[in-house]
Structures are given as structure tokens and as C-alpha cells.
Design a protein around this ligand. Structure first.
Ligand SMILES: NC(=O)c1ccc[n+]([C@@H]2O[C@H](COP(=O)([O-])OP(=O)(O)OC[C@H]3O[C@@H](n4cnc5c(N)ncnc54)[C@H](OP(=O)(O)O)[C@@H]3O)[C@@H](O)[C@H]2O)c1
Length: 322
């Protein structure tokens, strides 16, 4: 019988992390998920192979302790906007240094990391993308000595409990008439969380993935406007998208970044100036269009269910779906 293996999932209480925790646990890994607020993530405890505990992973002593006895570490910690100045550097760069050190102190040989599509230390269009790129570079540079690193750069990720489709759906439900949308022509290739998670789980034991960086995209390319129209169509909402031009998009970001919740910031605006699509590599299979179509089916709408079944899966050129 194969010896039980342990894995530490940093950021395992987040949207992607939870899905990954269950996928790993189902494959027999003993998964440790540290969280600042474990009481909010109790659903993880239904799986006997998942251990959820309260920890401050930014404290190097606690991090070192968490690494004891682990065979692998996966890092998903990341933020989309700064609460305090310097947070991008703290969580996307400094924290990575601490993780690499903790892995090396703990004799851990395998490290997987989730970066972001467009992450580039030198040319990233936003602080988010530049800090993500810097962290990733650091990992691949210092990770070479005895630590096998693989990183993933997904486009925007969708699935149950995501903060993308769900957030827009929640906001759109509050609108009647027109919804003013910033950066309507930004291009994205939404990737299904299950597809990303499968790639990651399969990579852990695959030596060919060592020292590699993978871009991860879904099968379709949409503009942000098209995605919102899909959501509106799916939920049959009485609202239409009002695309904002560049000046008004910036103005919206300037206003919203100063309001509680920071729904949209100037840095988010800058990230959206980079096309979030893959130029090479395999594209994942699950279609956002089909996924959204399938949602009402799950709530008993027979017409939607029948058309979902007829059309899924949909082979061929993804662009044809648009
Ligand atoms: N979702 C996407 O569309 C997408 C696209 C491209 C790249 N990514 C990257 O993928 C990774 C995971 O994304 P996600 O959407 O799953 O994120 P998420 O739901 O926001 O989860 C973030 C995780 O990071 C932890 N975390 C955040 N700030 C922390 C802090 N200050 N101290 C300690 N822990 C902290 C949280 O743990 P607690 O339980 O302690 O709060 C949580 O588990 C991120 O690095 C993100 O940049 C995501």
C-alpha cells in the first residue's frame, strides 16, 4: 500500500484552494489548510483527509511549523487590491521568499504556485501583475536548488463560489435599465476551476512539469461586455450593458477605489489593459457559456436543461460560440 503523503495548501481556504483541497484529498493526500478564520471554512472538514487549522502563515515560525512533515506545498495566497500600501509586495513577493525558505528548512522538494495570466515583473500593466511576476521569478530562481517548482498562470477563473461571475451577478441584480461597465472590450479566456485544479493535481508527481510555467485558459475568448451579457441573459435580468469609454472607465475606478469594498480600483483598470488570453498551450475544455446555461437547468428549468444537453459538449473552434 502506498504511504500516505502530506501536502500543505497555503490559501487553501479560498475559492480555488477549497476545490483543490477536495481534489487532493480524494486522491489520498493528507491536506493541511491553514486559515486566519477557520470557522468560515468548516465545509472543508467534511473530508477526513483535510485538516483545517487557525494559523498566521505570514509568521515565519508558524510557517516553518506548518511545513514540518509535508512532502509538498502549494501556494495560492494572493490579493486583488491592497488594503494597506505595500500589500502586493508583502503577499506576492515577500511571502514567496518566506515560503521558499520554509520549504528549504523543512526539506520539502515540491512546490506548486498559482500566479496570474499576464504576470510579468518588467512589463506587467499593473502593480498586481508586476508583483505576481516578481514573486514567480523569485520562486523559479531560488527554487532551483533541490526544490522542484511549477507555476500556473490562469486567466480569470469561474465556478461555484467564484468572485467574478457571482460578483457581477450580484451587482447586476440590483440594477434596472443600464449598467455602466468599465473596460468593456477587455479580453478574457475564463477557465473553469475544476479544469485548473485537475491540471495542478496531475502536475504534482509529473517530473515533466518541474521548473515550468503554464498559462491556463478556457476554450472561449470573451470581452468583458460579452460575459456580462451572458450573465444577464442567463438570469433574465431587466438590464443592459452601457459600455464606458476609456476616460469614464478610469473615472469609475477612481471613484470606486475610494469606496468601501473597493469594487474596482485603478490597479484593476490597469490589469484589464492587458489581454487576459493565452497565445499558446492547451486550452481547457469547460465552456463558460455552457456552464452558465447549465445553471438554471440545475434549478429545474426543463427547457434550459434540454438545450444544455443538446449542445454540451460543443467541439470545434471556440470562437464560433460567440
Ligand atoms: N480567482 C481567479 O479568477 C484568479 C485568476 C488568476 C489568478 N488567481 C490567483 O489564484 C490564487 C487563488 O485565488 P482565489 O480566487 O482562490 O483567492 P481567494 O478566494 O481570495 O483566496 C485567497 C486565499 O489567500 C488567503 N489570504 C489572503 N490574504 C491573506 C493574508 N493577508 N494572510 C493570510 N492569508 C491570506 C486566504 O486565507 P484566509 O482563510 O486566511 O482568508 C484565502 O485562502 C491567488 O493567488 C490569485 O491571485 C486567481
Amino acid at each position: 500500500m502506498r504511504k500516505q503523503r502530506n501536502i500543505l495548501l497555503l490559501g487553501g481556504s479560498g475559492f480555488i484552494g477549497k476545490q483543490l483541497a477536495f481534489a487532493l484529498a480524494n486522491r489520498g493526500w493528507q491536506v493541511t489548510v491553514p486559515s486566519r478564520r477557520p470557522h468560515r471554512n468548516r465545509e472543508l472538514l467534511v473530508h477526513p483527509n483535510i485538516r483545517l487549522l487557525e494559523a498566521n502563515i505570514t509568521d515565519s515560525n508558524e510557517l516553518n511549523k506548518l511545513c514540518e512533515g509535508q512532502q509538498a506545498v502549494i501556494n495560492l495566497v494572493g490579493i486583488l487590491h491592497e488594503r494597506r500600501k505595500g500589500d502586493f509586495r508583502r503577499y506576492h513577493v515577500d511571502f514567496i521568499k518566506a515560503v521558499v525558505e520554509a520549504c528549504s528548512d523543512g526539506g520539502i522538494k515540491r512546490l506548486l504556485h498559482v500566479s496570474a495570466l499576464g504576470a510579468d515583473q518588467a512589463t506587467g500593466s499593473s502593480l498586481y501583475l508586476r508583483s505576481k511576476g516578481e514573486g514567480e521569478n523569485l520562486l523559479h530562481t531560488f527554487g532551483q536548488r533541490g526544490l522542484h517548482v511549477t507555476s500556473f498562470q490562469p486567466s480569470v477563473v469561474f465556478g461555484k463560489d467564484d468572485d467574478f461571475i457571482n460578483r457581477f451577478a450580484g451587482i447586476l441584480k440590483l440594477f434596472f435599465g443600464y449598467f455602466p461597465l468599465a473596460c468593456p472590450n477587455s479580453k478574457l479566456a475564463p477557465v473553469y476551476v475544476g479544469d485548473l485544479v485537475e491540471k495542478m493535481v496531475n502536475a504534482i508527481d509529473n517530473r515533466e512539469t518541474y521548473a515550468k510555467r503554464y498559462t491556463v485558459c478556457g476554450p472561449e475568448v470573451f470581452t468583458l461586455r460579452q460575459i456580462l451579457e451572458l450573465i444577464i441573459d442567463t438570469l433574465q435580468l431587466p438590464v443592459r450593458v452601457m459600455p464606458l469609454n476609456n476616460g469614464l472607465s478610469r473615472l469609475q475606478a477612481l471613484i470606486l477605489q475610494n469606496l468601501p469594498g473597493k469594487l474596482f480600483t485603478m490597479d484593476n483598470y490597469r490589469s484589464l489593459q492587458t489581454e487576459n488570453v493565452c497565445t499558446d498551450g492547451d486550452h481547457c475544455e469547460t465552456s463558460l457559456r455552457q456552464y452558465l446555461k447549465g445553471l438554471p437547468a440545475m434549478f429545474g428549468n426543463k427547457h434550459n436543461y434540454d438545450s444544455f444537453r443538446r449542445e454540451y459538449p460543443q467541439p470545434g473552434n471556440p470562437e464560433e460560440h460567440l
